[in-house]
Design a protein around this ligand. Sequence first.
Ligand code: ATP
Length: 208
Amino acid sequence: MQHIGIFGGTFDPVHWGHLLLAQATLSQVPLEKVIWVPSLNPPHKKAALFKNRAEMLELATRENPGFSVSSIESKRSGTSYAINTFMDLSCGYANTYWYWITGLDTFQTLPRWYRGRELAQMCHWLIAPRLLDGRTIAQSELICKEVEQQLTQQSLTIRWELLKIPLIGISSSLIRKFCRESQSIRYLVPESVRYYINTHNLYSDKSE
Ligand code: ATP
């Protein structure tokens, strides 16, 4: 049996926090690979063009043989729901144990996802700690247990584990903000991504 992780996100743009998290899954879990899946039309988010986000992901991940990028969502229209992505992606693989990679903020909302209960049971969840509402890293486990409890109350079992990575306060929104303010994003994203953002003049619109 092979072990594969799916890392879904908006990646608007991809940053070092995403890369460190994905690498931690390769190092801490016996995964053969991580498939990065940029969402086409993420629920509750307005995002840069799919093409730009996917190209930046290609640039950021190309040196790591354990990473691949899937453009599966570009083939679908409408809102990008994780369950649909999982169904489409997984039908191309036989005999696979699936992991879903996520930050704590996203994992916390799982019970409210569209068909989230089904997805919760189909994957093993790998969760990165992230500072939430001023709660500390020590409370990350508690937050995961709260999610587990909510699902258990609905008679669902979920397999999950917290990854051991340092907290990284980088987010895509921070990078977009720095770009709008003409501040440097050097060392927040890989150089190839920084170059791409500059040459394509992304995120500089002050009205956003
Ligand atoms: P935004 O700031 O626009 O909300 P983001 O930085 O959270 O974006 P996403 O593409 O929405 O980036 O995130 C994809 C996944 O990566 C989510 O599960 C998110 O929780 C996780 N993630 C993003 N940044 C970090 C980080 N610094 N540490 C841990 N997890 C992260």
